[in-house]
Design a protein around this ligand. Sequence first.
Ligand code: ZN
Length: 374
Amino acid sequence: MRFNNMYNKDKIKNSLTLEQVYEFVVDLGGEPIIKENYFISRTICHNPPGFGSYKLYYYNNTKLFKCFTDCGDSFDIFQLVCKVKNQTIEDKTAQWQLNNAIMYVARYFGFSNENFDFSNNKDNLHDWEILNKYDENNLVKQQQIIDLKVFDKNILKYLPHPNITPWELEGIDDKVMCEHDIAYNPISQSIIIPHYDINNNLIGIRERTLVKEQEQYGKYRPAILNRQMYNHPLSFNLYNLNNSKDNIKIIKKAIVFEGEKSPLLYASYFGSDRDISVACCGSSLIWYQVQLLLSLGVEEIIVAFDKQFQAIGDNEFKRWIKKLTDIYKKYSSFVTISFMFDKWNLLDYKMSPIDNGKETFIELYNRRFSLEEN
Ligand SMILES: [Zn+2]
């Protein structure tokens, strides 16, 4: 007896690292502050994103949240999602149920049904969360789960567009910043980065603080403008795809960077009319994002992640290789997956392949490889 359409709720929950849950809560608008083995967030469980006091704790050892004010109880990541989503849904019948939340979290972190083999676990079936409702016949429902809120673009009109000197010095063209609606928020002293979906809808706004002391809350955070937080689930989009989609369709290749700045640099070096880059805005590439690229007919996905190791063979290197191998295993039967991988020490630690100039990027691009050959 095999079940194909289910996720194991506890397996997902227990596999999530503190950093993963932290990022998830950033996207939900909790503005969390990370500590040793826990983090503290604003009480998004009963307040809108960006508001509420720092009374919501998440403990990595128990994988549970505890709200010390209104909720006053403990709950897991799935219950948190229900609490957050249901604050704005008055119609009880339309509210998020546990199953919707499991689907959302599973998708967000890139779990797919086939991650779980249930064939040897018949005895534990009562523990498994069965999501038969969400099988292939129910794609519409799945889509609703990850439907992104669309914001009014008018908010961007009121923001100044001064020269962003720190980014210009790094090589990003003023014209490219304009094309991407990069602006400045004088109140928070941050660079404003609007995020659009593939159809040019404004689905979120992030900001990069220029205040050193603010970096403890994260260099990049959802922007708050006019008392509204413009947070969005970063995993359910690819930054810059609205700009590069037509070129990607023609060339049938896409370069996937981690951070937003890399596509801006790419367009600065090679021209917006030749841009085939996107950013996944994290260090994982999830199935949902791969599907976005497959929908454009890509034949090759070039993974151009930041160099996350100091020396070949160190522990970070091993973890990094494992991560790339996982990406390869997961998607290589659908599309060619190649890697821009700095074996030659052309980049410094944590640099994106495009951070060391055009020549280095071209070099790494030409030397990109697929794991089969190595
Ligand atoms: Zn609460």
